[in-house]
Design a protein around this ligand. Structure first.
Ligand code: ITT
Length: 209
């Protein structure tokens, strides 16, 4: 049982795609969500070596600057044949202009170099580490994961980042072809499909009403 969140909460991300999803996930829980961008908070350097460590850096930085509880997400795509890359470097593979068409091409090129053409050789998973931090320094962390295969060419233009090339197990459409509701996969449709929704279910059970 975690510490409860209520009132105003900072969504500590500067990523527009994540912000939409995190707002969506928080919406039914009656908190007043404000983004790091709206508050003009700085983007801390992500110096951690794990998703959880980077999520903590981001949530603590926002909570201490804003003097409000803050929720961050550190996430990424891990490719089995690439020994888990790009992993915590998923945002960096898109370069300074955040070009994810290019980042997906890089992943595809690396898979081809390894002769990974069959679905069995193209296994991947998304991870989301969510951290809630309070201005007194208390933090709680939750991690979710979804497994699937990488398709080529990318399919669909919904979502963000690597969504168009990720086909979650048990589904016929990529995250890029799903609505936000389908990607979340929350009740009454399911128990959480995306990595972020799965981590959020744990967070909400512990910290939200
Ligand atoms: P913040 O740190 O401000 O939250 P960021 O984009 O730098 O934004 P990360 O360091 O956590 O965030 O990078 C994670 C990258 O992994 C992100 O830029 C996406 O491209 C990718 N990613 C994470 N979740 C994803 C999802 O649900 N669908 C597609 N790509 C995702």
């Amino acid at each position: 049982m975690g510490r409860k969140l209520s009132g105003r909460v900072v969504i500590a991300t500067h990523n527009a795609g994540k912000l939409v999803e995190m707002r969506d996930l928080l919406a039914p829980h009656g908190v007043d969500a404000v983004s790091a961008g709206e508050l003009g908070l700085p983007e801390p350097e992500e110096t951690g070596t794990t998703f959880i460590a980077n999520a903590k850096i981001k949530a603590l930085s926002a909570a201490l600057s804003a003097k409000l509880p803050a929720i961050s997400d550190d996430s990424g795509l891990c490719v089995s044949a690439l020994d888990g890359a790009p992993g915590i470097y998923s945002a960096r593979w898109a370069g300074p202009d955040k070009n994810f068409a290019h980042a997906m091409e890089k992943v595809e090129a690396a898979l081809r170099e390894r002769d990974a053409f069959e679905p069995a050789d193209r296994r991947a998973w998304f991870v989301s580490a969510l951290c809630v931090a309070w201005p007194d320094g208390h933090t709680e962390e939750y991690e979710g994961r979804v497994d699937g295969v990488l398709v080529w060419p990318p399919r669909g233009d919904a979502g963000f980042g690597y969504d168009p090339m990720f086909l979650p197990d048990g589904h016929a459409r990529t995250f890029g072809e799903m609505t936000a509701v389908e990607k979340h996969g929350l009740p009454p449709l399911g128990l959480g499909l995306s990595h972020r929704a799965r981590a959020f279910v744990m967070l909400s059970q512990a910290c939200l009403d």
